[in-house]
Design a protein around this ligand. Structure first.
Ligand SMILES: *Cc1c(COP(=O)(O)O)cnc(C)c1O
Length: 232
């Protein structure tokens, strides 16, 4: 087994445990999603040997190659990157979760293209919680109506909300964005049943995210080390 991925995993597990302790939360209510974008299939295999089963990918072709190569392992694949509407079919066919649904058209296509032989595709509605001009995600005020529409699509199972808050050094601002997403999920839950997921928190802000209610944290760098610059 790769010593460094195993060591890194124990570091992340400690961080999750201490955040759960300080928030009085059960550690089993927080899923660690290993973000494996730019990592080789071999590194994913090593991470699996270290105990991880959920992997997050941003780039479709790279992900499909890894999914094919690792077909002998029982892994759950989460798509977390931007989605082009002409690329929904392979996502619907090969992934277990999609965190980055931010418009109805994408949800409709994923629902239509989900194979009948598979369980409905788990999705999160991505929200541009910090209202950044350049960021993906629906605006917070659009989320309730979109969530209702997405929850009615037969090929999908809407699980909750995902956000990537604005990068900031201000811990108060950072925590507020996570709290905003939590409150939004509570509001939407008045009209939509079965929502159990807040996908928020990455390597640098996992602790406040968990303290504000994250149920999935998406961690790349702390597990695998700094990413090599993406070519092409
Ligand atoms: C890359 C990425 C992550 C992981 O970021 P790290 O800082 O490496 O932990 C999480 N979520 C999304 C959507 C990403 O694109």
């Amino acid at each position: 087994m790769n010593i460094s991925i195993a060591n890194n995993l124990s570091t992340v597990a400690d961080q999750i445990r201490s955040a759960c302790d300080s928030a009085g939360r059960d550690i089993d209510d927080v899923l660690l999603l290993a973000v494996s974008k730019t990592r080789s299939a071999d590194e994913v295999r090593q991470a699996h040997e270290a105990g991880l089963t959920h992997f997050g990918e941003n780039y479709l072709q790279e992900a499909l190659d890894k999914i094919a190569e690792l077909g002998d392992l029982a892994l759950e694949w989460h798509f977390i990157g931007p989605i082009q509407s002409n690329k929904t079919r392979p996502i619907a066919e090969h992934f277990d979760w999609v965190h980055s649904v931010d418009r109805l058209k994408i949800g409709q296509r994923l629902s239509d293209q989900r194979p009948d032989s598979k369980a409905p595709l788990n999705i999160c509605l991505q929200v541009n919680i910090s209202r950044e001009a350049t960021k993906a995600g629906c605006l917070p005020e659009e989320a309730p109506a979109l969530a209702q529409a997405l929850s009615r699509l037969p090929g999908l199972r809407l699980r909750g909300l995902m956000a990537i808050p604005k990068a900031t050094d201000d811990p108060v601002e950072q925590r507020q964005a996570f709290a905003d997403l939590r409150v939004l999920l509570q509001q939407i839950s008045a009209d939509v049943t079965g929502l159990d997921t807040l996908s928020m928190g990455m390597s640098s802000d996992l602790q406040p995210a968990i303290e504000e209610g994250a149920t999935i944290v998406r961690v790349g760098t702390t597990l695998f080390g700094p990413r090599p610059p993406k070519t092409a």
